[in-house]
Write a protein that binds this ligand. Structure first.
Ligand code: SME
Length: 152
């Protein structure tokens, strides 16, 4: 069993189809933050009136609204692809919610072709996120998409 298979199973058990999407996101953020090393922020931004707005998360208080195309989150939203940033200080327009952040990964949550939310994970370490961890976060994203689809 791979390092993250167990955590993925844990997340899978926490995500309950009949529960509110916000509750599912809150427990998912908590499981990630608790289950992985060297993170300082883990959570979701949710699209509301066309803008990413902060959702359930663990970490320091964050900026509330991010426009499409702004920062790493808004770029993931527009490009509809995972952004793995080894050094956020080299990313033009990076939004520093927590000065301690040095690397970041953002996975878009896509339902019926539209980005409905993003999963955003920050680390105080440079080069924190590896390819297998990207796959793990993308698998978490697919699980959230599935419950979102079931609800919507
Ligand atoms: N760094 C993000 C903003 C959100 S915080 O990391 C929680 C960005 O550049 O979009």
């Amino acid at each position: 069993m791979g390092k993250y298979d167990e955590l993925l199973e844990q997340v899978d058990a926490l995500i309950v189809k009949d529960d509110w999407i916000i509750s599912n996101m809150a427990n998912t953020a908590s499981a990630i933050f608790d289950g992985m090393d060297a993170l300082n922020w883990a959570g979701f931004y949710i699209v509301r009136e066309g803008i990413l707005q902060v959702g359930p998360f663990i970490g320091l208080p964050a900026c509330v609204k991010i426009k499409p195309g702004d920062g790493v989150c808004g770029t993931a939203m527009v490009l509809k692809k995972t952004m793995l940033i080894n050094d956020v200080h080299t990313f033009p327009g990076h939004i520093a919610c927590d000065e301690a952040s040095n690397s970041e990964i953002v996975v878009p949550i896509i339902v019926k072709g539209e980005v409905v939310a993003v999963l955003d994970i920050d680390s105080p370490y440079l080069n924190r996120f590896r390819a297998d961890e990207q796959l793990f976060f993308e698998s978490v994203g697919r699980k959230i998409e599935k419950v979102w689809e079931d609800i919507g």
